[in-house]
Design a protein around this ligand. Structure first.
Ligand code: BGC
Length: 751
């Protein structure tokens, strides 16, 4: 539920009038404003600016507005807000501090409530799972930089992404926005995206902190998990992203964690994020996630976003009153404001003049960034008889379904990017969390471009019998199959509608059938044994058509690897029935994370379950051999080296993965991902890699003492190209190691 009681317009104007008051502007312009000196550190600049601020100005920084009209509530955004945007926080003109202009989200610049606004047409990256499937942090960083540059050029300086809640619940409707099921992979990829975003003078907002893993009941459910398990799983992903990306902001989630709302959890915000991880930025709430003034302020919430989504404007007059009564100390308001200021200075958002003027965007260049991301993110799941790559000599192709003649699917909700050229298939799922948007990057056209001489026929797939008859006559068949997902609703673990029946019928008529999936995440594949090949293309983004065609015809070697386990059946899941199913809307319920830290492949391994496709899996058109596994211990820490050789006849990229586990057991699961590398090699080429294993991945979290601990003992080290195919193994004896939960740059070698 994104909506709540309306706040009278008069209050909006009253609060707005404080920061926007132009009175001081002329006089103060002459006064020295040392915080504008960019040679000073962000901390120093924040301190200096804070000293110059009135209480009303500090209060104005911690109170956010929705940037779009809410007709049902009579809410009008401040006039300075970007039309149709996610949020706005007024600037303080007399101090030279610009407004914060907020836009969604992690896949590109979104427009809210598109029906009310001329939407911004922008470039969409492929889904978060696609980017994560690249296992390529450099590419993730480039993607972050691209969308942030578009945000900047659109007048925004805060981007509400990336999202990295672990995909604990494969039916979660926002998996497409996230970074998979493994904390190391998610943390590294999101950390890189954050670096990319902030390289463009845009504040990145890491979200949704924490455990917002399903949409059903997201505003009310309690995700229950032990502190130790959380620190070794979901929170570790955020911890690594904080370290590697240093995001300016963190968005606290809608849900409750162990019965306490995430935005008023002192444990999550004060103790773990700001305490143990030393996070220097600010915590903003999700839209409608605040439930108190004093509780939230004291727990560590620094900014109420879009107050009109909350049932009261908790950080408006109520916060002033709490400060006046002493219920919230003045020092806490200073801390909130200082954190926001510091992030603005650190990201380079404050330049002392209005630099928010919209700029031109090179959409062709940006689509190429999205395409490169998708090319590396597509995962080849099956390739029987090496049917792929398709030969250029192919004479006839039958292409079926998925609106492949017009575009590629994208996910819905607040992250929806309206594409350049408009929705290729308008008219479906109108209204929140729709519309269902197809990006006009048609695979059909791109395939025609690859094989201009071939006779290519397209059928929309609605008539299954006709599709099957045509398939029987076809040389090769390519079926595009979709699963639409959107914020605020979860999905079944299957393709939409009758597409399973369609694929089964087509495959029965023609075994030379290739299936291309455009899905939120994992789906069941009842037809898998009968098709020749399957490519998981996720939501392919603005360069999706050519990326898919490039992989189909071998112009690009598929090098994506699954960032999430594909289950073989629902009963393999920790919760075979989605938690909260049947619970009436608005009624609280608990989601007990009995799997603890055993998320995804760890759960499967612990339970001895064989998934449909394991985490880390992905085929290539060439082949790789791993050899020469060695372990090195230096200063008590483990480094693993190995050699990877391209033993096939095509160039390609390998993703050797290192897994680790204690010989004596005792972890949440037999093994964890400890490191990986992505390496591109020509035929016959080889490379020797050296991977440092973060000591936390060899340790368990001792919540009672707030420490990571690794007992002395024998540890197994494996190398493979998925969590389930381990080709090399070694044993290593490691000394005991422990480290306080507060991590610093020197922590790797500290004892
Ligand atoms: C979503 C956030 C988003 C915010 C602003 C919320 O509904 O959960 O991810 O950033 O809206 O649109």
């Amino acid at each position: 539920m994104r909506h709540s009681r309306a706040v009278p317009l008069v209050l909006t104007l009253l609060v707005l009038s404080l920061p926007m008051c132009p009175a001081g502007a002329a006089g103060a312009a002459a006064a020295p404003r040392p915080w504008l000196d960019s040679s000073l550190s962000p901390d120093r600049r924040a301190d200096l600016a804070l000293q110059a601020m009135t209480r009303a100005e500090k209060l104005s920084l911690v109170f956010g507005y929705f940037g779009s009209v809410m007709p049902n509530k009579g809410y009008m955004p401040p006039p300075q807000a970007r039309p149709g945007s996610a949020g706005f926080v007024p600037g303080i003109a007399r101090l030279g501090l610009p407004p914060q202009w907020l836009t969604d989200a992690g896949l590109g610049v979104a427009t809210q409530r598109a029906s009310l606004y001329a939407y911004r047409e922008r470039t969409a990256l492929p889904s978060g799972l696609a980017t994560t499937a690249t296992w390529d942090a450099a590419l993730a960083q480039k993607g972050g930089a691209m969308i942030a540059a578009e945000a900047r050029a659109s007048g925004f300086n805060v981007l509400l992404g990336p999202g990295l809640d672990l995909v604990r619940e494969v039916r979660g409707g926002r998996s497409f926005e996230y970074a998979g099921e493994d904390p190391l992979l998610a943390g590294v990829i999101a950390g890189a995206q954050i670096r990319g975003i902030q390289s463009q003078h845009v504040i990145a907002v890491m979200k949704h902190y924490a455990l917002n893993d399903q949409e059903k009941g997201r505003n009310i459910l309690s995700a229950n998990i032990s502190a130790a398990a959380a620190r070794q799983s979901d929170l570790l992903a955020f911890e690594l992203a904080v370290e590697q990306g240093r995001p300016g902001a963190v968005m606290c989630a809608y849900n409750r964690v162990n019965a306490v709302y995430a935005c008023e959890s002192e444990w999550l915000l004060g103790r773990v994020l700001k305490g143990d991880w030393g996070f220097r930025g600010y915590v903003m709430s999700d839209w409608g996630a605040v439930h108190s003034t004093v509780g939230s302020a004291l727990a560590g919430l620094d900014q109420e976003s879009a107050y009109s989504f909350d049932s009261e404007p908790y950080f408006g007059t109520a916060l002033s009153a709490a400060l006046a009564s002493g219920a919230v100390p003045a020092a806490r308001l200073d801390d909130m404001a200082r954190r926001i200021l510091r992030s603005m200075f650190a990201a380079g958002v404050v330049v002392g003049r209005d630099d928010s003027v919209p700029a031109a965007i090179d959409f062709t260049a940006d689509a190429r960034v999205a395409q490169a991301d998708e090319e590396e993110g597509i995962v080849l799941l099956k390739n029987a008889g090496a049917i792929l790559p398709l030969q250029r000599s192919v004479k006839g192709l039958l292409i079926i379904g998925g609106h492949a003649d017009r575009g590629v699917l994208s996910g819905g909700g607040s992250s929806t990017v309206y594409p350049v050229g408009g929705n290729a298939v308008p008219g479906s799922a109108q209204g929140w969390p729709g519309p269902k948007v197809f990006l006009p990057s048609a695979p059909l056209g791109a395939i025609m471009g690859q094989v201009p001489q071939a006779n290519i026929r397209y059928l929309d797939g609605h008539d299954i019998a006709a599709a099957s008859r045509a398939a029987a006559q076809a040389e090769r068949v390519i079926v595009f199959a979709t699963q639409w997902a959107a914020e605020s609703q979860d999905v079944a673990l299957k393709l939409d509608g009758d597409q399973d029946e369609l694929i089964s019928a087509v495959a029965a008529a023609n075994p030379r059938t290739v299936v291309i999936l455009e899905s939120n995440g994992p789906v069941l594949m009842p037809w898998l044994a009968n098709v020749a090949a399957v490519l998981e293309a996720w939501y392919p983004g603005s360069g999706g058509g050519p990326a898919i065609a490039g992989v189909l015809f071998g112009e690009v070697d598929p090098s994506g690897h699954l960032p999430v386990t594909f289950p073989a059946s629902l009963d393999q899941l920790p919760h075979p029935v989605l938690p909260g199913s049947g619970v009436p809307a608005g009624r609280p319920f608990d989601v007990d994370y009995t799997a603890g830290a055993a998320v995804g492949y760890k759960w499967f391994q612990k339970r001895g379950l064989k998934p449909l496709f394991p985490f880390g899996y992905g085929l290539s058109y060439t082949g790789f051999r791993f050899s020469a596994l060695r372990t090195h211990i230096s200063d008590g820490q483990l480094t693993v080296s190995l050699t990877v050789t391209n033993i096939g006849s095509a160039g390609g990229a390998a993703v050797p993965q290192v897994y680790v586990g204690p010989a004596a057991g005792g972890w949440e699961a037999p093994r964890r991902l400890g490191g990986w590398s992505k390496v591109t090699l020509p035929p016959g080429g080889s490379a020797t890699l050296s991977l440092h294993i973060d000591p936390r991945l060899l340790a368990v979290f001792d919540a009672a003492h707030d420490r990571w601990r690794r007992p002395a003992g024998t540890y197994d080290v494996w190398v493979g190209d998925s969590a389930a195919s381990l080709e090399l193994a070694a044993k290593v004896r490691l000394p005991a190691w422990s480290h306080g939960a507060r991590w610093t740059a020197t922590a790797r070698t500290a004892r």
